[in-house]
Design a binder for this molecule. Structure first.
Ligand code: FVH
Length: 289
């Protein structure tokens, strides 16, 4: 990661993520101000050299970007609305998870207070902050990103995706949707394997190898989707429907509910009923959007 210029920063929100961000800045020697709604969460940070603000107004009364890492969109407004008149000429970097429309609303709200807004989607859990493998996706104000890129790189690899404040959030939640499908599939598989006495940890090790191998195909599937040519499949929707039917029977035999696999079966059944059985699996993309 790049050298930092020791830009002062203010962090609003000292949950697990806010504390990890603040600790990383402090370790890098950045003057760091912190604030949290509930007092007491700043103890370790103060001991490490942070300056605590008793109020939001006090915390943001400093140079440098204001970094919000709060629970959700509502908590960003709850925190910043009362100090909106102090935001003129400031730069706000919002790392709180917000839906794309919420991020765009915050950008418009910030602009109405003459405040420059950059949105970020954190692709990491707190222990990963400052470590290789962590990344944060940004969109919104390029001026804010360019001005603070070195500082942001202290936290995680930083990538900028243009001036649509909702873009980074869309990317964030698209990646999370992919992740939750994998996690849910693992829970379903682990429940099946428990019925024949295999531990979830053992299954996890084998599932990792399988999922890693299968994930290699995602860029190729993406190319099929982008070309919208589903007529020359490696394996057809009808083939995958048969597989989901078999998974359904196997799950019933293992006394595992169909809560997780049923939506995928429904999608494939509908594709076949609509006459798309001979097309490639990727055609379900057309059904989803
Ligand atoms: N932790 C993670 O693994 C994920 C990784 C990906 C990105 N997320 C998002 O980061 C945001 C903060 O997450 P967090 O882990 O720090 O969350 P908590 O530990 O639950 O802390 C929440 C903080 O928000 C404050 N807060 C909540 N409601 C309000 C409010 N109405 N007004 C002001 N502050 C509020 C809360 O304060 P308190 O309860 O201690 O008073 C915490 O500081 C989040 O968007 C994740 O989705 C993290």
């Amino acid at each position: 990661m790049a050298e930092t210029t020791k830009t002062p920063v203010t962090i609003l929100g000292l949950g697990a993520m806010g504390q990890a961000l603040a600790a990383t800045f402090l370790k890098a020697g950045l003057p760091t101000r912190v604030w949290n709604r509930t007092p007491g969460k700043d103890a370790d940070l103060l001991a490490a050299g942070a300056v605590g603000g008793a109020t939001v107004a006090e915390a943001i009364d400093a140079d440098g970007p204001i970094i919000a890492v709060l629970l959700d969109h509502a908590s960003v407004h709850a925190t910043l609305d009362p100090v909106a008149d102090r935001l003129a000429g400031r730069q706000l970097i919002n790392l709180t998870s917000t839906a794309p429309g919420e991020a765009r609303e915050l950008a418009t709200w910030a602009a109405s207070h003459d405040c420059d807004y950059l949105d970020g989607g954190i692709m990491a859990v707190p222990p990963m902050i400052g470590q290789p493998g962590a990344s944060i996706l940004y969109s919104g104000s390029q001026a804010v990103f360019d001005a603070h890129r070195e500082t942001l790189e202290l936290l995680a690899a930083a990538e900028y995706f243009g001036d649509d404040a909702g873009f980074a959030s869309t990317y964030d939640f698209a990646l999370l949707a992919t992740m939750y499908a994998m996690f849910g599939g693992f829970m379903h598989g682990a429940a099946m394997m428990r019925s024949v006495g295999v531990s979830a940890a053992d299954f996890g090790r084998r599932a990792t190898a399988w999922v890693t191998a299968m994930a290699e195909s995602l860029p190729d599937q993406g190319q099929v989707i982008d070309s919208a040519t589903y007529t020359d499949p490696v394996q057809s929707i009808a083939f995958h429907k048969a597989a989901l039917d078999a998974i359904t029977r196997a799950s019933r035999d293992a006394n595992v509910t169909l809560d997780f696999v049923a939506p995928m079966k429904t999608l494939l059944d509908r594709q076949v009923a609509d006459g798309h059985g001979a097309l490639g699996f990727e055609r379900i993309f057309e059904e989803l959007r």
